[in-house]
Design a protein around this ligand. Sequence first.
Ligand SMILES: Nc1ncnc2c1ncn2[C@@H]1O[C@H](COP(=O)(O)OP(=O)(O)OP(=O)(O)O)[C@@H](O)[C@H]1O
Length: 298
Amino acid sequence: MIIIFNPTAGQRRRQRLERALAVLRHVGQEFVVMETTHTGHAKALARAGAAEGCGLVVAAGGDGTIAEVAAGLAGHGAVLGVLPLGTANVFAWELGIPVRPDAAARLLTEGEPRLVHPGEALFTDRTTRLFVQMLGAGFDAAVVANLDLGLKHRIGRGAYVWQAMRELGRYQFPPLRVVFEDGEARASSVIVSKGRLYAGRHLLAPAAEIARPGFQVALFHGSGPMAAAAYGAALPLNLLPRMPGLTLRHATRLRIEGEAVAVQADGDPAGRLPVEVRVAEAPLRVMLPRLAGMAQAA
Ligand SMILES: Nc1ncnc2c1ncn2[C@@H]1O[C@H](COP(=O)(O)OP(=O)(O)OP(=O)(O)O)[C@@H](O)[C@H]1O
């Protein structure tokens, strides 16, 4: 087992990693920990580990690290394991992976691999980017692009709230055009979601099924600071899917266009519009809680 650790993810990450490692040592599980030193490093480490025949490659970090490791494993048979040490850990909440380090470590040895179908973004400079949970264009991507990373490391998710309030006063809400296989739509912001959750455990797309190929696309029609503030207020109350001015629809392929508008993928800056979004060619095997065990627990 290789554990790829992002030392900059989340808060108190090193202590949380050590708690997970103690459990693995206790059960006699052999592992090697590799620390990332820069963006993109997790992908390279995962690819090398899988090429050398490692069967389980663990992302110890947030959703950005998970997405990088997933991209490195694409086309190999290795299973992705997750030790959620990030700020929001949406992927873990979505799939029932425990966020407590000791429980997450136990899952690595006791879980079962199941298939998940990531998304892939293709930009005009021909770069591609895998995403495991969501991709956003518009307001939320502006928040991510301008986030104070020092503040994020000090106070965690509160830094996103602070930045969102700052963006309310200056974001211009340029119109976006979204082209689907069967028509097109306009919106002020778009979130392409693999899963049901967003920004932690908050409900965004109730009909989404992360294990199936395809997306729920949230189109935010309301424009301007008042509309964005209303969406933001509805999110922690899990009322966002019912907000007027928000439509949700299924898609397996789409194109988002807008004048140099920022794009975020799994909570990290990813580039600028236009972007093509599609289902990644290779599904991913992820170590998840056993379904039988979940049924017994229910
Ligand atoms: N050593 C490093 N120094 C700086 N950046 C790094 C390093 N290792 C990884 N990164 C970058 O940090 C980004 C953010 O990390 P990650 O998503 O794991 O944590 P997070 O943002 O705190 O969590 P979450 O996505 O759950 O909110 C990753 O996408 C990766 O590109």
